[in-house]
Write a protein that binds this ligand. Structure first.
Ligand SMILES: Cc1cc2nc3c(=O)[nH]c(=O)nc-3n(C[C@H](O)[C@H](O)[C@H](O)COP(=O)(O)O)c2cc1C
Length: 303
């Protein structure tokens, strides 16, 4: 059999876009346990079955391998922090969030988009994971958008759609990109000021295609990530959309030079909006928790 590269296989699996769930249950001593999972799949309507795959390496694996019931919490787009708590935090995860118990006594996360209270239907061994099949006993679901996950990063479909709509509906749209490589970002110099690589959209071309074409035209081999900032300058009637990207090499192809993220504070950016955006980038890149700014040039909200 062909030898598969585990890292490349993991990346290939990760190219499948998913939502994000937190799977919860109670251990025998009454301690709540939970982990972040994107292996959730709906299986059957009649009977109502779903599936999730807990890894054997989970600290809570014994609980999930033997549980009679559990809960699937589908996270909403503003619950990225909860996903990170249940994917990494070593401290008491449940003391950091709001939650309540369902009829079976399992934790339901407050503010989740949807929850399914399940009775364990089957628990099957599958390589380094289990297939945990649950029969849905009860559920709740509210209007809203789920948190998205693809290629190792979170995204919000609503905000990506907003960026796409602005770029096809508005006349003056500037699309820029924060290209990161090894703790540095690619900045260009113009008239003594520092700026980010950017271009403008042609009528009706969406922002993602525009920026991908821009990277290709400039020979930059970078993986485009999620949208980082969407703002409008009402005086010039220009909309700005910035994406994040990770470059595979340090070759700048004449677009500028790579500056250490730690030195962002010392840069003289072309606009104050770009300055505050990059200051936020420097802070957020420290823990990899990126928000999305939406608003006017001077006033808006980080989602
Ligand atoms: C988006 C995302 C999806 C994940 N999906 C799964 C999954 O489906 N199954 C799993 O066992 N671990 C999955 N993990 C990893 C676990 O969440 C992580 O290893 C776990 O929370 C560690 O818990 P522990 O410290 O209690 O062992 C995922 C992590 C992330 C960030």
């Amino acid at each position: 059999m062909k030898q598969l590269d585990p890292k490349m296989l993991r990346n290939a699996f990760g190219s499948y876009m998913t939502g994000v769930t937190v799977i919860t249950a109670m251990s025998n001593d009454g301690t709540p346990v939970g982990f972040t999972a994107n292996s959730f799949t709906s299986v059957s309507l009649n009977p109502p079955l779903l599936l999730v795959c807990p890894a054997k390496s989970l600290s809570s694996f014994d609980v999930f391998a033997n549980c009679d019931s559990f809960v699937v919490n589908i996270l909403s787009e503003d619950q990225q922090a909860i996903s990170n708590i249940f994917a990494g935090s070593k401290a008491d995860r449940f003391s950091q969030i709001e939650w309540h118990k369902d009829e079976q006594g399992n934790p339901v996360i407050d503010g989740a988009l949807t929850h399914f209270s399940c009775k364990t239907d089957r628990n099957l061994d599958a390589g380094d994971h289990h297939l945990l099949v649950g029969e849905v006993l009860d559920f709740s679901s509210r209007e809203g958008h789920g948190l998205g996950y693809a290629s190792g990063g979170y995204f919000s479909l609503a905000l990506e759609r907003e960026a796409a709509e602005i770029s096809t509906q508005e006349k003056h749209v500037s699309v820029g990109v924060i290209i990161e490589h090894n703790g540095k970002v690619l900045l260009s110099q113009k008239d003594g000021k520092v700026s980010l690589p950017s271009t403008t959209t042609d009528d009706n071309t969406n922002a993602v295609s525009t920026i991908q074409q821009f990277l290709a035209d400039n020979g930059i081999d970078a993986q485009l990530g999620a949208v980082f900032s969407i703002y409008e300058n009402s005086k010039t009637n220009t909309n700005y959309i910035f994406y994040r990207a990770i470059a595979q090499s340090s070759n700048t192809k004449g677009l500028g030079e790579y500056i250490a993220i730690d030195d962002i504070a010392e840069q003289d950016f072309a606009t104050s909006a770009m300055n505050s955006m990059m200051t936020r980038y420097a802070t957020e890149s420290k823990n990899g928790l990126y928000g999305v700014y939406v608003g006017q040039e001077e006033q808006g909200r980080v989602h």
